[in-house]
Design a binder for this molecule. Structure first.
Ligand SMILES: NC(=O)c1ccc[n+]([C@@H]2O[C@H](COP(=O)([O-])OP(=O)(O)OC[C@H]3O[C@@H](n4cnc5c(N)ncnc54)[C@H](OP(=O)(O)O)[C@@H]3O)[C@@H](O)[C@H]2O)c1
Length: 269
């Protein structure tokens, strides 16, 4: 049964794979047998991630890429094909978390709005577009999009982030509807509160302790690994257009720190 989860010989692109949740998914995918293309703007984190993958005995290539630039995305996918031969799975994880803007709507500049949508939503679209034709031609492929609980609800003064992440969930559904007949599936992971360097900018908006989460603890980046492996593997072949929430039950309980009311710890006694 566990053979179905094996990623032996699969070629997987992870955007934002040098840090945080992306790095944890890269590690898990490599441990499950995959070769990796790791994309992000800064060279140092993706080089470190590639070295870690090679240390696990898998092939890896780090390609400096700004996902909001379609020419850079096309080049990254071309490198992926040159080095690994094909792309079996795309993980759209790059997100503008550290640079996320919290401000009253009247203070948000055109550029801040544009940049938030460009990275989180347009970047995911560009990457999906760049791999889709080849996945269709090979009759097989998986696209995994990383959204957020903020894609399912509002967030105070958080316009570009919430709107882009809601768009990512819709991008998944439309890819699922459009490409499923060619053997290409798309699914979304919705992470809850998982402290990373990227979430420091959302410090005021996020619970800082598990007292507010039904399971009584915050998530860790490593929690993303098994879900990514499952969605990248044959075990999830009949899952398409789905949204998997990984948040300790936060959204299930209606937990929504909007800033309009104090966050009240759950009685976990
Ligand atoms: N941590 C959480 O609680 C949480 C919750 C819900 C959703 N998420 C989502 O999970 C994903 C990962 O977040 P994280 O918490 O792991 O934060 P993170 O460590 O800041 O990761 C973001 C990654 O995206 C890359 N990136 C940003 N802009 C990019 C661009 N234009 N082109 C290419 N790469 C870009 C960054 O690398 P460079 O800066 O080098 O480009 C970085 O590696 C994000 O999509 C985030 O929205 C996180």
């Amino acid at each position: 049964m566990l053979d179905k989860l094996s990623l032996d010989g699969r070629s997987i692109v992870v955007t934002g794979g040098g840090t945080g949740l992306g790095r944890a998914m890269v590690r898990a995918l490599a441990r499950a047998g995959a070769d990796l293309v790791i994309a992000g703007r800064r060279q140092a984190p993706i080089d470190e991630a590639a070295a870690e993958v090679e240390g696990l005995g898998r092939r890896a290539v780090a390609v400096s890429t700004d996902v909001s630039d379609s020419a850079q995305v096309e080049r990254m996918v071309a490198v992926a094909r040159d080095v690994l031969g094909r792309v079996d799975v795309l993980v759209n994880n790059a997100g503008r978390t550290a640079e996320n803007v919290h401000a009253p709507i009247w203070d948000i500049t055109d550029e801040e709005w544009r940049a938030g949508i460009a990275t989180n939503l347009t970047g995911a679209f560009y990457c999906a577009r760049a791999v889709a034709r080849q996945m269709v031609d090979q009759g097989r492929g998986k696209i995994i999009n990383v959204a957020s609980g903020y894609g399912l609800r509002g967030g105070r003064d958080m316009y570009a982030y919430t709107c882009s992440k809601g768009g990512v969930i819709q991008l998944t559904r439309t890819l699922a509807m459009s490409l499923g007949r060619y053997g290409v599936t798309a699914n979304t992971i919705v992470p809850g509160f998982i402290p990373t360097r990227g979430t420091d900018s959302m410090r005021d908006a996020l619970p800082r302790s598990g007292e507010f989460i039904p399971t009584g603890k915050l998530g860790t980046p490593e929690d993303m690994g098994p879900i990514a492996v499952f969605l990248a593997s044959d075990a999830s072949d009949y899952m398409n257009g789905e949204t998997i929430t990984l948040d300790g039950g936060g959204l299930a309980g209606g937990l929504a720190p909007t800033g309009h009311a104090p966050i009240i710890p759950l009685d976990l006694g």
